[in-house]
Structure formats: structure tokens, C-alpha cells
Design a binder for this molecule. Sequence first.
Ligand code: ADP
Ligand code: MG
Length: 587
Amino acid sequence: MRIQTLPSVLVNQIAAGEVVERPASVIKELIENSLDAEAKKIEIEIEQGGIKLMRVRDDGIGIHHDDLLLALSRHATSKVASLEELERISSMGFRGEALPSIASVSRMTLTSRAQEAEHAFQLPPGADAPIPAAHPVGSTLEVRDLFYNTPARRKFLKREQTEFNHIEARVKHLALARFDVGFVLRHNRREILSLPSATSRPEQERRVSKLLGKAFLEQAIYLEHQAAGLRLYGWVARPTFSRSQADTQYFYVNGRAIRDKLVSHAVRQAFQDVLYHGRHPAYLLYLELDPVMVDVNVHPTKHEVRFREGRLVHDFLFRTLHQSLADDRPGAAPDRPMPAGAQERASTPTAPHFVPQTAQLKLAERGAHYRAGFEMQQPHHVGAAAVDTEPGETPRLGFALAQLQGTYLLAENSEGLVLVDMHAAHERITYERLKKAWGESSVRSQPLLVPISVAVSRREADLAQEQQAIFEALGLEVDRMGSETLAVRAIPIVLHGVDAEKLLRDILADLVVYGSSERIRNEINTVLGTMACHGSVRANRRLTIDEMNALLRDMERTERSGQCNHGRPTWTQLRMDELDRLFKRGR
Ligand code: ADP
Ligand code: MG
């Protein structure tokens, strides 16, 4: 065959292969266009999972009637005119590909009225000139019979309900990105979502609760932090609301929903210490930064982004989230108590025996005997100042009443009954104390009998040499032996028995990708966590009322004390109205 230029319909159908995967991708493109057109209200009408009909109507700025045909031609856009503009893009679209692609694989009708126009114009499928039509200022895009002319693609469509579920998920994503815009979604003439525009925080939380569930919001901490030109805000669910699937994770960069490895790594790291192994955190977060700092032109669907200062962003996310989780303790969170039963509970740990609180603990798992250099403090006496409590006010967790079956502590506060899992709570307090004590002393290291030589790449060897200070701070002594060889001479004492070569490789990999490494700290924390677990109040240990009160005050003071080291809740509140309901007592 001789070389020939492809006909434009075919070019558009090829492009559609990338942009239009299924009805939900059409909905995404159309809603994004409405958002770019500054719409304040967007109505979405779907029939038969979008396969028969999708109609998106907005009250945006509309399209000038001379531009209607142009909007359907390839690489025609009103959103960027130069490379410089592309680099600071803030609109959702910019490729000028969506409308011609969609039009090439469906029967599409575009109706629009620009602000200054006397009436609307319409382009029916295949038309080559607009005809007058009735429509208020704004646009309606109607897409019928998707893939009618590309049978191979049509075959890949799933059941009506499945396709609609994808559409609904897309609408959710976009509605969470733009609280200021109202959305209505109908399927087969039934209203599925109705979301009025939301400006105040309570209004926004109503939308979040409609879209992500009441339980998420009840368990969520709101955070907001700004530094170094970056701003992060949104809701993070307490670790006790963790999920078995990564299905409640929404992250927006400048209003655009993204999935990004760097972001999920930073989040996972922030949750490291509070999440049960294999569980997934739930969050709805918004990152804002100068558009120049982030490249959105990485992939046609624009789900991926590239940060110009990846390490800075990673560090900022990690620190902000880590701090918010650390601050989440009963004494510091007076606004929203954990409602009983709202958590997904894991099984409760109850060791039947009491382990004396001793400073010497055997860590047989690691083949090491570690002598803790400090006493694990017995819960100290009542009267210690309660955090965030005015004189005369009841402390957040109230005052101890009794102990139940040697496992639960019962206390009374202003809202009703407080129930504490003593072991879980004490484990967290002990753990945080051990970490603090560990952090305050310099990390002690122990020379290896025989240094371990590790073959690495030249780049990694250079890096290890440059980052000597990081290794020293971590208690790891690493020397360069040759251009591609490193030697580990000493490791932190508590990590006696670990695979030093693997540890070094993992740290280098972290440094290459993220610019920092939490490996050693995580390894040390694992050891301290094991120690804390062994050293904590076990079931069937009788505490005096004074000791119980001291435990409550310690919880109020201790970071992350809402969860034990495995992410299980340490306490719960039964409010008076909940108790009344149990007894059918109308108040
Ligand atoms: P892009 O969004 O990348 O510019 P599209 O093919 O999605 O490309 O849209 C082409 C052009 O049509 C847009 O640049 C915009 O000028 C116009 N347009 C599309 N949808 C709308 C809408 N709902 N309201 C106003 N203008 C629109
Ligand atoms: Mg577009």
C-alpha cells in the first residue's frame, strides 16, 4: 500500500481509543468542559448505563456560534495558545481532543448559547452548519448510541448497571473536586444524586457525607496546613476507620483527581505507625500549589502528574498527615467523639496472663536481648494536669468508675460513659514513651564482628557517600570500599540480627526515589512496639481507681492514643442519649 494521509474521521476514532474507553469517560470529559466553562450547576441525564443516552447540561459561558463547528474539530481549544500557557495550565481540558473523539464514535448533538447571544444554536449529528435553537445561556451536549459505528468497542461494554456505576463514581470524584458547583445525576429518569453547591464547611461536610458515607465523616479529622508554597486540606479518617480495600482514597492536585505513587507512598508512611497491617487508610485530601510546579500533561487521561519538586511535596504530605494523626488524642479532639460501634473492629487482644512491668525484655524473635535503659513507668498518680482542660471542667475522658472483667475501664464524663480497653491504651502510651526516650538519646550502634560488603551501583555508592550524615544519624556506619562497593561496619544496637545488606539496599532505594528513608526508624519502632506490648497492662490486672485515673490522663496527653499500636481503637464513648435509647427512655 502507498503512503496516504488518514481521513479525519478515522484520526478522531483512533484518538477516541485513548480518550473514550466507556460511557464514564465521556461523562468525565463533558463535566470537565462544563467546569472549564465556569458552570455553577451541572445536570447529568443517563439512559441505559449511558449506552443509549448521556446528556450534560450546564449554565456556563456557552460557545460563540461561529465557534461551534470548530469545537468539534481536532486540536481546537479555547484554553491554551502557547507552551508557556500550557506550563501554567489550570483548566481541566487543553488538548482539544474530547469533542471530536466523542463525536466520531456516537451521535452527538451540541447546543449552546453564549452570554451575549440572542438565542442558542445547535449542531445535530453530522451537520455542517449550526441551526437556531432554544436554550438558556450555557451548553448541552447530548451523546446517543455510543460506539454504534465501532462494533469491536461496543462489545467491550458491560451490563447497564456496571456502566452506570462507573459513571456515578466519576460524578462523585468530580463533585468532590468542586464543592462550589451544584450537581444532579439521573439514571433512567430516576434521581440518583442531588448536590446543591456547598460553600460553608458544614455544607461541604454534608456533601462528603452523602458521597463517602456518614461513618467516614464521623471518623474523620479535618486538617489544613500551609508551608513552602504548598497547601493541604481535607479529611482523613482516624486509623480505626481503616478499610480492607483502598477504595476510599481521594486525592486532588489543584482540583484534579490523581493517582500518584509519590502521594500514596507519603500517605502510607504517615499511617505506618497507627494502621493494622494490610489495612488501607481512608482520606479525601486537596493539595494546592503553583501550577508551574506540577506537570499534568503526562498522560491523555491526566490521572498522572509529575511534581517538579517531588521530594518537597513528599516531605510536606508526610509531615502534615503524620502530625495530624499524632495530634489526634482524646484531650485534643473535643469536637467529635468516636461514636461507639462506628469502627470496624478487629479482634480484641486479650492475653490471659499478666506480665510484670519489667525493664528487661527478651526479644527472642530477633535473637537479641535488649536491656531497656529506663524503667517503664507505672501509671503515675492522679492530680497530674489534664491536657486541654480548664480548672473545674471534666477532663475529656472523665473520671474512672470501675473495672470490668479485668479488661475494660469504665469512666464517666460529661457526655456519658467512657469505655477503655486498658491493654490497648497502655500499650500505646508505653510505645510512645519508648519512642520518645529512644529519640532523645542518640542512636547507639554496635560494630559488626565482620563488616559486610555490599555491591551497589556507582550512583548508589555516590549517594551513600554524599548522605553519610543521614546514615550516621540512623546509627548505621557505612564506608565506601570501591567505586561500586559499600561496607556496613556498624548497625543500631536494637537491630542486632537484622539482614544488614537488605536494610542498606532498602534505604538506598528509598533515598533514590523519595530523598529520605524511614526504614531504620520503622525497624526500631517495630522492636519498641513489641517491647511495649509485652510491658503493658495485661488482662486481669487489678488497677486502683487512682491508677485508672492516671491512665485516663496519660491517654489525654499521649499522641496517637486513640488507637493501639495495631490500629485498634483504645476507647469509645456511649453517650447518655445512646444509653437512654437502650432502655427506651424518652428524654
Ligand atoms: P478541550 O477541553 O481540551 O479544550 P474539548 O474537545 O473538550 O477540548 O472542547 C473543545 C472546545 O469546545 C473547548 O476548548 C471549549 O472552548 C469548547 N467547549 C466544549 N464544551 C463546552 C461547554 N460545556 N461550555 C463551553 N464551551 C465548551
Ligand atoms: Mg475538554
